[in-house]
Design a protein around this ligand. Sequence first.
Ligand code: NZQ
Ligand code: ZN
Length: 384
Amino acid sequence: MNNFTFQNPVKILFGKGQIAKISDQLPADSKILLTYGGGSIFKNGIYDQVKEAVKGFQILEFGGIEANPKYETLMKAVAICKEEKIDFLLAVGGGSVIDGTKFIAAAVCFDEADPWHILAKHAKITKALPLGTVLTLPATGSEMNAGSVVSRIETQEKLAFGSPLVMPQFSVLDPEVIFSLPDRQVANGVVDAFVHVMEQYLTYPVNAPLQDRMAEGILHTLIEEGPKVLANRTDYDSAANFMWSATMALNGLIAVGVPQDWGTHMIGHELTAYHGIDHAQTLAIVLPGMMDLKRQSKEAKILQYGERIWGITAGTTDERIDSAIAKTVEFFELMGIKTKLPDYGVPAETIAKIADRFEQRGFKVGEHADIGPEEITEILQSRL
Ligand code: NZQ
Ligand code: ZN
């Protein structure tokens, strides 16, 4: 096992009715900006629950944070925070609202240069506004991690940053928020969480059996509970199991002491940047191609995954790897997510544009940092 340092300070309030407890978590006398997305919180009653819970606090609101949050929109909230001297941010939404709010938190306190440098140049963040979240869509793990992904319309870029300073002080995880999710977002959430586990698990063995079994435990739970949530949105127990799985998939715990890949995410982000495809859909396209191309360097872990997750024990090494890839695709499709580029109308020319971007950036991705423009071209061509 590799050396590691681990700290996760996010307080989780999990379960039915926990939104009502927010007021105990908010700093007294603070001026709060409540951030939200396109308005789902008004239809499903989450807005009313939050407003009831924060009665007595000074609250301003900022709505309209898009899926794949836009830098241009977030900078409007940054201006409001400065003008109104906001001292706490309360994000009510999915990964996009939470990620957007993390960027707002950092950008408000970033006076050294253009805030875009936080994303484009990984400029160091030395302070940020404190924030809390009410999660409405289990998927990204953003509610319990330090990451944020922001898109810029002007340049068609989608870039990430991370800082412990933007980790939420608290996150409310009430599984009942899932009851109002459309099928597409349930599918996205399950598949995003699944691929988060794969990025931290499907690399090469470093003799870390606990991390492996925790990762496999999350995969099994998603495979069991995901279809149940899809079939019956008001099954509270399945909703709770799905929600906690998604948080555990990317709160840092299964990543400790093991190599990580993240190549599928890096390539997937470009598909969203150019074509607006949902984040999880991009992962379902890329991952099978990544597994196929990296069948040698990932061999031991793909075989372990095939055997422990899908019960694949017979056949040659290549046959077992093919079956593991086929089972993965089958699961994504069972959840309702298609896995080929033409399913989303992506033309072959996009492949060269994406490869070119990686060429310009000049770094390679993957656990061995050996996936560059040529490999990316190969992966995406296999998904045509
Ligand atoms: O905007 P509203 O009206 O709220 O509607 C949203 C949005 O249209 C809707 N929704 C959310 N909760 C709902 C609901 N509809 C009905 N009932 C509810 N309870 O769902 C739609 C999608 O929301 P979004 O927040 O975009 O989805 P998700 O949570 O999948 O977040 C995706 C974003 O997170 C980034 C992705 O790249 C993408 O930009 N990621 C963030 C990560 C992180 N911070 O660690 C890691 C991930 O790998 C990912 O990259
Ligand atoms: Zn993801």
